[in-house]
Design a protein around this ligand. Sequence first.
Ligand code: GLA
Length: 654
Amino acid sequence: MHPRRHLSIRPAKLCVALLRAAAARPAVAVLLAAATIAQPAWANTAPDPLAPTGRWDAYTRGDAATPPMGWNSWNAFGSGIGEEKLLASAEIIRSSGLQAKGYRYIDLDDGWWLKRRQPDGRILIRTANFPSAATADGSTSFRPLTDRLHAMGFKAGIYSDIGRNTCAELYSTDGLNQPEGTVAEREVGLYGHVDQDIALYFAEWGFDLIKVDACGIRGLTPASPWVKSGKFRAMPPLVDSDSLGRTDIPAVHALYAEVGRALEKHNPDGDFVYSLCLWGAADVRAWAKDLGNMSRTSDDIAPTWGRMLHSFDSAVRRPLYAHPGSWNDPDMLYIGAGDFDADHLVAAKSHFSLWAMLSAPLMIGYDLRRAPQPLLDVFGNGAIIALDQDPAGNQAVLAFDSDDLQILVKTLANGDKAVAIFNRTSAPLKASLTAEQLKLRPDADVRLTDLWSGRATTFRGEQAFDLAPRETLVFTAHGTRRLADGVYLSEQPGIVNPAVDGVVVPEVDPTIYRPIFWAGTHGTGEHPRYGGWGGAAADQTPYGKTIAVGGRNFDTGIGILADSRLEVRNRGYARFSALVGIDDSARDRSQPVTFLVYADGKLIAKSRPMRFGEAPERLAADVQGAKLIELVARTPDPRRFPDPVAWGEAMLTR
Ligand code: GLA
C-alpha cells in the first residue's frame, strides 16, 4: 500500500533529538538534562522519575482486559469496502460459530468516507457504498449500521488518521472510494477535529473501537508531489518511519494522548477500544502501553512468510510492554491469503498459534464469503483462542532464541504453561524441549497436550521433536513447577510494567527480520527502524543476552537498564526476592547502581551501591498485604547510555 516514503530531511541536531526523546519520556527528562545538556527551565520542576508512585501506570481504561478479537475490512477488501460486504462477513462470523468463540469486533478500516463537510466540519459517509447511512437532510449516519451490528451481538469499529489525511488517500494507486471535493473537504483525518470526530463516531454513531492510523503526519512536506500538485495541504512531517532522528516523538505522543482523552470523555462508561496504528514508528513500542489498548509494533503485514516474520519479531521480544488493557499488535491475521491460504495450512496454523502466544489481538483479515472449511477451522480452534485470551494476559517469553528456531513459553492463569516450538525456516528441523525451558522440574513428569491434534504425551527431562518446514508445535504443559511456592516475575509479564525502562536515547532494534517491503529491491535495502532496543526484557538482558552478574548466569530474571523503575502487581504474595547487580555485559561501568524495593510507595529494601563485576546481592522483603511493588535501579550520575542491570531470579513467594 505504501511505496517507499520520500521525505525531505529536516535538520535535527543530536541534542534536539535527545531533548525530544526525553520529553516523550518525561521520566528520563531530568536524567538526560542533568547528564548531557544545560538544563532547560522545565527540567528543574520535573518530579524525580524514579520516585515510587504506588500506582500501576500502564493503560487500563477502555475494554481490553483480554486482546480484542474480530474482523477488519482492510486486508480483505481495501478501499473497496461497503456495507454489503461488511454485513455479509459479519453474518458468516455469526453463522460459522466464530462469533461464539470470541470474534466480536467488526471493524471498518480505511475507505468509508465521502468528505468533511464545510464549513461545520462534519464527516460525511459515502452512501453509495453504505446506503443505510443516508439521511433525509444529507448529514449521513452510521447509527443504522452500528445498530445492526449490535443487534447481531457484535461490537463496531471505525478507522481514522491522526493527521489530516489517511493512508489510502496518500497511497491508493487507483483512487477508488477516496474522499472528494476541495482540499479542506478531503481532510477527513482527526487533526484539528479530535473532539468533534470522536463525539460523532462514539456518542452519535455508537462505535466501540477506533483504529488511528498516522499517514497524515508524515511525508506532506511542501516539496512532496502531493503538496506541490495542490492535492493536499502541507504539514511538517512528525514521523519518519525510517528514522527516529527525523521523528518528533513528543509531538506524536501528544496527538495520540489527545485522542485518548477524547475517547474517555465521550465514552463515560469506558466501553471503547483505542487501537494505535503507528507501525512501530516514533518509539511507540515503548510508550503505547501507557496510552491505548493495542498498538501496532510494525509496518503492515502481507501474506508472505517474510512479512509475517517481520510482524512477529516486532512484538516477540516485548512481553513486558503488554498487559491486560494494553497489548502489542503485530497487525491483523493474514490467514487465508498467499503463504497462509488453504494450500498452506501448516503456515496458516503457525501464524495463528504465534499470534496467540503473543497475546495479540486476533483480527481476521480475510473475505470469509469464500472461506473453505479448513480455514474456518484454523480461526475456530478453541484451544488456541483460549491461549490468546488467557485472563492472566502474559505474553509469551522466549525460552530459546535463534534465527532458525524459537521456543516460546507463556504462563497461563491456572499456573500451567503453554509452549510453542517454531520452525522459522523452510526446511525440516529437529528440536528438543527441556523441562528447564518451561521452568518445570526435570525429575518429574511433564504432560503435553497438542493444541491442534488434542494428543497428550508425557516426558521427563527433555523431549525431541521433528518439525515440518514453517511448522509451529503448540502445547499446554503441566508439570511440577521449579519454584513451588510462588512465581518468577519473568513468568508473569502481564503484572510487570517497566514504567521507566531506562532508555534515554531511543535506539533501533536490530533483531527484527527484514523482508523486502514496499519499494521492492529499489534503493539501499531494508534497515532496522523500530525503537525499543535496550528495553526491559524477560529472562534476557535489554540487549538480548543471557543475564549474568559477577560471572554467574541467570536463565530467569528481569533485565533492564539502570535508572529504571518497574511496577509489579502483587496478588497475595508474602515475599519478594531477587539477586541484583550490574550485568556483566555493561560497557560504561562508571556508575554504581543501588537497587531499591518499595511496597505501596514505601521503601522496604535497599542494596548497597553495587559495582560492575561484583557478585549479585540478595534483596528480599516482606510484601504481605501490599498491592504494588516497585523495583528501582538508580545511579548517582545517570548516563545517556546506561548500563544493563539484573533482577536475577526475581520472584514473589507465599
Ligand atoms: C495503513 C495501516 C493498515 C491499513 C491501511 C489503510 O497501511 O497500517 O493497517 O489501515 O493503512 O489505508
